[in-house]
Design a protein around this ligand. Structure first.
Ligand code: FES
Length: 284
């Protein structure tokens, strides 16, 4: 601990540590293992990393915490508010807020990756969200004559440099998607990665609504639940009742699984760019 270091305590985890003044809160949180979400990698685009400063005197931790102990609202946060609307009162983007003095920081449930949610509709039980497929935003450099690395190589290297994910492979279906996704001037793309191993989706720019399908194969019924992987919400359901012998006889036919899924997905998400295909983590 240096003389000019400041103390930060993250709630509700209770993790705390000392950091040099000017340390971004997201960096401090990560080095303490505090669970704060991020899709854009600290670029101030996704808004998943929101926190708030708790004002007061915390004698047990010897911390006097005040909102002035964080850096003022910055231009990136102003831009974010212009694009997405106002933040809840007291909220800041932790990726663009630095520590100026001792502070107690609250990480709200919606900013936590592994938050607890209570599902009331289908079954009343707590679910710990821990999706197998996660989204990562990166910007890919341009290949040049001097540097002939291909786009896939550049993408994999950007994911490794920005997010530390290594050993990635690409689903064959995604190969042609790389070029198609590079439509933006800043060459920013959002990548879906399954189990931190397999790239299963690529979209231009920042894409923030990961969806998946949970398929329940019963003896006479097959049901598919379209789920929002961020909130756990079930967005749509389709099912097909089949006589048992018919089900197993035709189980190699994809149409049996849900032949009207595309129509229903499209109905639920008319603007989803791939609403006529199985979304992230699904079967293609
Ligand atoms: S990490 Fe995306 S806005 Fe902060």
């Amino acid at each position: 601990m240096g003389e000019s270091d400041v103390k930060v305590l993250f709630m509700p985890s209770g993790r705390r540590g000392f950091f040099p003044r000017g340390t971004p809160l997201l960096d401090a949180a990560r080095s303490l293992g505090v669970d704060i979400d991020s899709v854009c990698g600290g670029r101030g685009l996704c808004g998943r990393c929101q926190i708030s400063c708790v004002t007061g005197s915390f004698a047990k931790h010897q911390i006097e915490s005040d909102v002035d102990h964080l850096s003022p609202f910055c231009a990136t946060e102003v831009k974010f508010v212009e694009r997405k609307g106002p933040l809840k009162e007291g909220r800041r983007l932790s990726c663009h807020t630095t520590l100026l003095d001792d502070a107690v920081i609250d990480v709200p449930a919606e900013s936590q990756v592994h938050r607890q949610i209570v599902r009331k509709e289908m079954e009343s039980r707590d679910i710990r969200l821990d999706p197998a497929t996660r989204l990562y935003y990166v910007q890919i450099g341009e290949p040049t004559l001097e540097d002939p690395r291909g786009e896939l190589q550049l993408l994999i290297e950007a994911l490794e440099a920005d997010w530390g994910v290594t050993g990635l492979t690409l689903a064959h279906s995604q190969l042609q998607q790389i070029q198609a996704a590079l439509t933006r001037e800043d060459r920013g793309v959002t990548v879906a990665i399954y189990q931190e191993r397999l790239i299963t989706g690529i979209w231009p720019g920042l894409f923030e609504q990961p969806r998946g399908i949970a398929i329940d194969v019963g003896s006479t019924t097959v049901a598919a639940h379209l789920c929002d992987l961020k909130t756990g919400e079930v967005l749509g359901l389709c099912r097909r009742d089949e006589p048992a012998n018919s089900l197993w006889r035709r189980s190699d036919e994809p149409s049996l699984i849900c032949d009207d899924a595309p129509r229903r997905c499209r109905a639920a998400h008319p603007r989803h760019p791939r609403s006529n295909q199985w979304p992230i983590g699904g079967v293609e």
